[in-house]
Design a protein around this ligand. Structure first.
Ligand SMILES: Cc1cc2nc3c(=O)[nH]c(=O)nc-3n(C[C@H](O)[C@H](O)[C@H](O)COP(=O)(O)O)c2cc1C
Ligand code: SF4
Length: 591
């Protein structure tokens, strides 16, 4: 009898612990039974090895990819042991990064090393608030509504800690966006957060928002890869009083996002819209779109070449991109995959010598070192990540985002499920993931003998076709020499920043950078690069991470090597995490 009581008491104690701990959303939401997930995960590799899938099979993200994100976000050892389990020779479209015979000599890159954008955003068009983004990796748009308040707060805090920009998504700016991460305000087709009572676009509302919040740039969303050409519907049941206030929509009625904008109707009026936003706010203004028919892009490039109007940045989202909810056929078949779509668009602008004046941003499963590098090889200046940082803050790829019943409290408005997600500890995980990705991309560049991802061109990557033949990315996508690279001056400036930790212009926009009627030589606003950020004033290669065994060197994680449950064999990252906490992260970044 006493044994039964002992078991019962242990179960009650465990349940109490699960409900009060803040490290694992699953356990907080599902005390006791949540442990089965960890037990199954622990024995999963052995089971799956024989009966289910391989390390690279699952989609959208394979087990290897998820494990890499989980380990990186916990500041654990993200190495794998024994060698690759991929078939390098026989896998079609297998990407090979061509290392240099003489890589960059020196210590390992540190996660604390800032890797700023090689271009100054908004500078070529003389925008008053042009700036050099601090980070080549930033958080892609996901709105409050699609994500919970706790998830938005975790991502925003994480962005702040990692020195990244946080795109608001089309759902407007909420108080959860105001925890340290600077914002890109996204304007979607429903103009949430900047619409009048009739649902029309309101420039005055944009001005109010921009004045009151840390907005660094504006992105006009034309489409996203997972559901281009399709509007969205937020059902009345999901519209809480808070969402109604933030989005500027009535309660008790379904809210439709139309499939296209009403504030402009063609490329010409889009450019007028861009210029009026940029003039009134002083901010850089860009567009986000998936790639379908090419007429739009040809006309945009043509009008930018022949008139004095233009966008400051272009975000290309791949058809493989994520969404809160989309019809299957749209997710599966509408719009080009990232590489094909991006290369088509880039070529239109490169042919007209416009590519150097635009900041190109890519998204669509680019949140891993090799996929990010592929983006840079095609001409990306920065990459955006969405679902990968969701994995970092606890997403288990349950694929139930559209149901409102996300078990990890990320893609839901249920207070009960959200309760499990502690924004403070998860923000450190998001930050660890972001800085580790940045560090690993930088290390790949070092292996190629380069100081910054902007110097990666289509010649540095080769794609093997499974038949023992390889073609460079430049060959595959018809790139000419020098395409995918910033101009020589931008390259030499960013190299200077990486080597000396300071901007040679000391934050000022060089006069000959200003174009399109703007005046040059203005100071960048406080908080931009040029060594002002605490992470900025470090040499690119000054990260004292020590030897390869210790990869637990994230900004919020345990000390190098700690938390690495073994020497890096597959499966080593499933151990109990040493949870980082934000206070430690803050301290670490300031030191
Ligand atoms: C839950 C969720 C919500 C999203 N909401 C938006 C949005 O509001 N606006 C937008 O432009 N893209 C949105 N996206 C798309 C992402 O910003 C991103 O472009 C896409 O997921 C590709 O990046 P990834 O492969 O790193 O996830 C959303 C994606 C997800 C997963
Ligand atoms: S529903 Fe599943 S895939 Fe979507 S955020 Fe939650 S855990 Fe991740």
């Amino acid at each position: 009898m006493w044994l039964l009581w002992a078991v019962l008491a242990s179960v009650v104690l465990l349940a109490a612990y699960d409900l009060t701990q803040k490290n694992h959303a699953i356990l907080r939401n599902f005390p006791i039974i949540g442990h089965f997930r960890y037990w199954l995960e622990a024995i999963g590799p052995e089971l799956r090895q024989y009966i289910v899938t391989s390390n690279n099979e699952e989609r959208p993200f394979s087990r290897d990819q998820r494990r890499w994100v989980y380990a990186s976000s916990k500041g654990q050892n993200n190495y794998f042991g024994f060698g690759t389990d991929n078939d390098l020779e026989l896998s079609p479209n297998y990407v090979i990064i061509k290392h240099a015979a003489f890589p960059i000599y020196g210590t390992h890159a540190s996660p604390k090393t800032a890797v700023p954008c090689a271009k100054i955003l908004g500078s070529p068009r003389g925008r008053a608030k042009a700036f050099r983004p601090n980070s080549i990796v930033n958080i892609s748009g996901m709105s409050f509504g699609a994500l919970s308040s706790a998830a938005i707060e975790a991502l925003n805090r994480g962005a702040g800690l990692a020195g990244c920009l946080h795109n608001t998504g089309e759902g407007g700016i909420s108080s959860y966006h105001l925890h340290g991460g600077e914002l890109i305000f996204q304007i979607g087709t429903a103009y949430f957060g900047c619409r009048d009572a009739q649902g029309r676009f309101s420039l005055d509302k944009v001005l109010e928002l921009v004045d009151a919040h840390p907005v660094r740039a504006i992105e006009i969303k034309l489409s996203q890869g997972a559901k281009p050409g399709k509007g969205g519907l937020l059902p009345a049941a999901k519209i809480t009083p808070e969402i109604s206030r933030i989005r500027g929509i009535p309660m008790g009625e379904d809210c439709e996002s139309p499939s296209r904008h009403t504030a402009f109707h063609d490329v010409d009026s889009l450019l007028d819209f861009v210029e009026s936003l940029a003039d009134r706010t002083g901010l850089p203004v860009g567009i986000k779109s998936a790639v379908g028919e090419m007429g739009f892009w040809r006309e945009l490039a043509y009008l930018m070449e022949t008139t004095d109007r233009g966008v400051d940045f272009i975000t290309i989202d791949g058809g493989e991109g994520g969404t809160g909810a989309a019809p299957l056929v749209f997710a599966d078949h509408v719009s080009m995959p990232f590489k094909t779509g991006f290369a088509r668009v880039y070529r239109e602008f490169a042919r007209r010598d416009l590519a150097e004046k635009i900041v190109f941003v890519g998204s669509g499963k680019l949140g891993f070192p090799e996929t990010a590098l592929y983006g840079f090889a095609l001409g990306c200046d920065m990459i955006n990540v969405a679902r990968e940082p969701m994995l970092a803050i606890g997403c288990i790829q349950a694929l139930r985002c559209h149901t409102g019943h996300c078990p990890t409290g990320i893609a839901t408005q249920s207070r009960w499920l959200m309760r499990g997600l502690d924004p403070t500890s998860k923000s450190a995980r998001a930050a660890n993931y972001l800085v580790t990705l940045r560090r690993d991309v930088l290390e790949l560049c070092h292996a190629c003998g380069l100081h910054h991802p902007a110097m990666i061109s289509g010649e540095h990557l080769e794609v093997i076709d499974g038949q023992h033949r390889g073609r460079t990315v430049a060959e595959l996508y018809g790139y000419e020499p020098d395409w995918a690279l910033p101009c020589a001056r931008d390259r030499s400036k960013v190299e200077h920043i990486m080597l000396h930790g300071e901007d040679p212009d000391d934050g000022a926009i060089p006069a000959d950078d200003a174009a399109g009627g703007g005046s040059g030589g203005r100071d960048l606003p406080a908080g931009t690069s040029g060594g002002r950020d605490p992470t900025q004033a470090r040499r690119a290669d000054s990260g004292p991470t020590g030897h390869a065994e210790g990869r637990g060197d994230g900004i919020g994680g345990p000390s190098p090597g700690a938390g690495a449950s073994d020497s890096g064999t597959r499966g080593s990252n499933d151990g109990t995490p040493t949870d980082p906490n934000a206070t430690e992260t803050q301290r670490s970044l300031k030191s």
